[in-house]
Design a protein around this ligand. Structure first.
Ligand SMILES: NC(=O)c1ccc[n+]([C@@H]2O[C@H](COP(=O)([O-])OP(=O)(O)OC[C@H]3O[C@@H](n4cnc5c(N)ncnc54)[C@H](O)[C@@H]3O)[C@@H](O)[C@H]2O)c1
Length: 336
């Protein structure tokens, strides 16, 4: 299948590129590189043994997206392109609504013009908001706690309306939990610019000595060791989930919301401990007060993905830690 990956040079998109290409699909990346580097394309070429076509464009430019869809005879779109920093979305909501919501509308308009109706959307567990029960299943009420989460929910709603307006649309809204880890080659992974917002890249930077210590926010939660618990999913498992979703959509038109998570809550100390095991030394850390807005615990009910997509996360926390460290050693160290 010919598949366009908007935001395909980013963290999750690059891993999905590998999975889809190795399964024989023709992947085309469309990215404006606002949060990724072109060197990713060379590293993807090293992994895949061939160069991939790419288009440097902004998804807000519907004409450019439409041209890419026509030029490469695209049959399905996976829409990763989006901004994802929750804190920044609170400070600058218009930037987030414009990029994430208007950007999605723009891609959908281009698809409509060309007649392509298969769409996989990068949604997020943040659509659920404060847990009324756990694990979150897809029937859990949705009430995001920040503008970033609202952009995801609004796009889900738009997609729902589109699929009602034309029953030929095939739409999967994949609600990711916490993607971590890297490809086994160490050539692609997550390398945010500035001080990382997410725990794993932060831990990695403390391990490499680029940051002095890890602050663990809150050690008095009602969890097994007092620290916050999340559902960390290996990015390669997540990437495989996208391929499973595309396969499912072939015979299942309509709108589908599906959690992609492990179903296992993992504490901050569990994650750090796995990393310490890999590097063979302790990560300097200090406990700090809880941060406003942080949930004590959340994790997925992953049964729908298992039932519909025949997919389940299979990689362990140890594999997550080892692949993250390999990525640091192989690539981040040399590119920083
Ligand atoms: N990583 C997470 O924790 C997480 C969790 C849930 C959902 N998501 C969603 O998954 C998607 C991918 O996340 P990621 O972690 O790979 O992020 P990322 O920032 O690494 O990748 C996003 C890519 O999209 C590109 N991009 C952004 N805006 C664009 C635009 N207007 N036009 C063209 N390209 C654009 C960026 O340059 C980048 O390459 C995002 O939509 C994100 O909101 C991520």
């Amino acid at each position: 299948m010919n598949i366009l990956l908007t935001g395909g040079a980013g963290y999750i998109g690059s891993h999905t590129t590998v999975v889809l290409s190795q399964a024989g699909h023709n992947v085309v990346i469309l990215d404006n590189f606002c949060n990724s580097q072109k060197s990713v394309l060379d590293r993807l070429q090293s992994i895949l043994g061939k160069a991939l076509p790419y288009v440097e464009a902004d998804v807000l430019d519907a004409a450019a997206v439409e041209k890419a869809l026509r030029d490469y005879q695209i049959e399905a779109v996976i829409h990763f392109a989006g901004l994802k920093a929750v804190g920044e979305s609170v400070e600058n909501p218009l930037k987030y609504y414009a990029n994430n919501v208007q950007g999605s509308i723009s891609v959908l308009q281009a698809m409509k013009a060309v007649g392509i109706k298969t769409f996989v959307f990068s949604s997020s567990a943040t659509v659920y908001g404060d847990p009324q029960y756990l694990p979150y299943d897809e029937k859990h009420p949705t009430k995001p706690m920040n503008p970033y989460g609202w952009t995801k929910l609004q796009v889900e709603e738009i997609l729902h309306d589109v699929s009602i307006s034309d029953p030929q649309w095939k739409v999967a809204c994949l609600r990711y939990f916490n993607p971590v880890g890297a490809h086994e080659s160490g050539l692609i992974g997550e390398n945010p610019s500035g001080i990382p917002n997410n725990l794993m890249p932060f831990v990695a930077r403390v391990a490499t000595g680029h940051l002095p210590k890890l602050n663990v926010f809150g050690n008095d939660y009602d969890t097994k060791d007092g620290t916050g618990e999340r559902d960390y999913i290996h990015v390669m498992d997540l990437a495989e989930g996208h391929m499973a979703a595309l396969t499912y959509l072939e015979n299942h038109p309509g709108w589908h919301a599906i959690n992609l998570g492990t179903g296992i809550p993992v504490s901050v100390l569990d994650l750090v401990g796995a990393f310490e095991k890999v590097i063979g030394r302790e990560i300097p850390k200090a406990f700090a007060a809880r941060r406003t807005g942080d949930l004590p615990v959340y994790y997925a009910q992953p049964e729908r993905a298992k039932a519909l997509l025949n997919w389940a996360a299979k990689r362990s926390l140890d594999e997550i830690a080892a692949s993250t460290w390999k990525w640091q050693q192989t690539t981040v160290k040399t590119e920083r």
